[in-house]
Design a protein. Sequence first.
Length: 84
Amino acid sequence: MKHVHSNVYNSVTECKTVDEQKHVILIATPVMTQERFSQLSGLTEGQVRGQIEKGHLPSLKIGRVRLVNVAALSQDALDKEDFQ
């Protein structure tokens, strides 16, 4: 098993409007391979594929490759989280 280091930094910035508070998330890697997501999340590649097939993990297909949409996953997490 090879050891992989990640130099990806995520940041969340709050932007206040008159009637609501919005969060802007900046992600260095908005999409990643299922293999890489598996390494970072601790899930097996089979579990990642299964979560994509069930619609629990957002993904997009570029050519023949299906990638995990980390930007959509992060935005969904922000939308569900109470940051107040």
